[in-house]
Design a protein around this ligand. Structure first.
Ligand code: TRP
Length: 379
């Protein structure tokens, strides 16, 4: 067999997807993704059984109301629409931007309690831990052969995370972040991934890997491609800022966690930043802090923010905060009660995880068999 039949590098036509990855979250590409997301929503309403969805979180701290309105709420909606749903607890990802795993066991269990409290149903959603699914992780090696280092270095999500981690050097794990995340998505052959704009380059990389895998190896197998092209479902979630008006994040100490009690919630909202205009309006561009609180109340009350603001009128920051506090505490009361109940039952949390791990392993083993077959590694 001539040497070149084996191929010596990337396919000539597909050497570097770096530019596509950089463009994924902007301009025409973003608009296409938005239009396609709207269409997927219609297809889901029509026939949810055509879809498998995967999402995930790093177990780095407790989930907060920003996570809830930004993504959890949407996941539960899609699960309830009848989509086969997978949630990866991305425990290995914890060390992409920090040295230690922290109190990881406690955090994993707490994350599961958060999931169950908001309505993720283990009968319909497979909740599993990344580290517990060896066959998923074994996909990394063939996938790594399908990407170039320049592509990874140019990935905007990798760049952003490197910048956010201050003086830390780029670790191999951070550099390959898009590849292990592709393995998370592709192991279960998910065809939709609800994401925010910032994660679009990752998803594009997963699509590139799926396509290249088929081009390189899959053609030996006369059936369908091994991996489907996963599509982004741009989340319809709302962005809620922290109580100081900056991004809601544990490290800034500006979060309201799902598991907090109503007194703590009231105290945090009382300290929230507002402005000096007593007349409350919903004007996100000019009054970001006030509008953030109005929006939060509106989401909890399932009402229009402009109307909510008009109703507070000249009630000032005090009136606004009283309304927000009541709305948040009422909305989250059943979620918090459910959270307290499940969090007290470690046996149940572990059972949910073990059941999910088992299903994820069965699927990952089958996928790895497909991969080995496509690559001719059947011994
Ligand atoms: N990177 C995601 C985060 O930090 C978590 C995650 C891991 C994920 N694997 C995934 C999200 C696959 C979507 C798809 O927040």
């Amino acid at each position: 067999m001539p040497d070149d039949e084996w191929g010596t590098g990337m396919d000539q036509t597909d050497t570097d997807a770096g530019a596509d990855l950089e463009a994924a979250a902007s301009g025409a590409s973003l608009r296409r993704t938005e239009a396609r997301s709207a269409q997927i929503e219609r297809e889901i309403a029509d026939d949810p059984s055509r879809f498998r969805m995967l999402t995930g979180d790093r177990p780095t701290g407790n989930l907060h109301i920003g996570h809830y309105f930004g993504s959890l709420h949407n996941r539960v909606r899609l699960q309830n629409a009848g989509i086969d749903t997978f949630v990866v607890i991305a425990d290995y990802q914890v060390i992409t931007d920090r040295d230690g795993t922290g109190p990881i066991r406690e955090r994993v269990l707490s994350l599961i309690a958060d999931y169950l409290a908001v309505g993720i149903d283990p009968a319909r959603t497979t909740i599993f831990a990344h580290s517990m699914v060896p066959a998923l992780n074994q996909l990394m090696l063939p996938f790594l052969s399908l990407v170039t280092d320049s592509e990874l270095r140019r990935n905007p999500t990798v760049k952003a995370e490197l910048e956010a981690s201050g003086d830390r050097p780029m670790s191999g794990l951070l550099l390959t972040y898009p590849v292990h995340q592709a393995a998370d998505i592709l192991f279960c052959k998910a065809n939709i991934v609800p994401v925010g704009k910032d994660q679009l380059p990752h998803l594009e990389q997963a699509r590139v890997i799926a396509r290249r895998f088929d081009e390189r190896f899959g053609r030996a197998v006369p059936t369908a491609p091994v991996f489907p092209a996963a599509e982004a479902l741009l989340s319809s979630g709302a962005l809620i800022l922290g109580m100081d008006g900056s991004k809601m994040s544990k490290s800034r100490g500006n979060t309201i966690e799902l598991g907090m009690d109503s007194d703590t919630t009231a105290r945090l909202i009382k300290r929230a930043v507002t402005d000096s205009d007593r007349h409350i309006t919903y004007d996100p561009d000019n009054r970001p802090e006030v509008s953030n609180l109005v929006k939060l109340a509106a989401l909890c009350l399932e009402r229009d923010p402009v109307e909510v603001a008009a109703e507070i009128g000249d009630g000032g920051g005090g009136g606004l905060k009283r309304l927000v506090t009541a709305a948040v505490n009422e909305y989250f009361a059943p979620i918090r009660a459910r959270r307290a109940e499940v969090a007290a039952d470690e046996g149940y949390l572990l059972e949910v995880l073990r059941t999910g791990n088992q299903r994820a392993n069965e699927i990952a083993d089958a996928t790895l068999d497909d991969v080995r077959a496509a690559m001719g590694m059947v011994y």
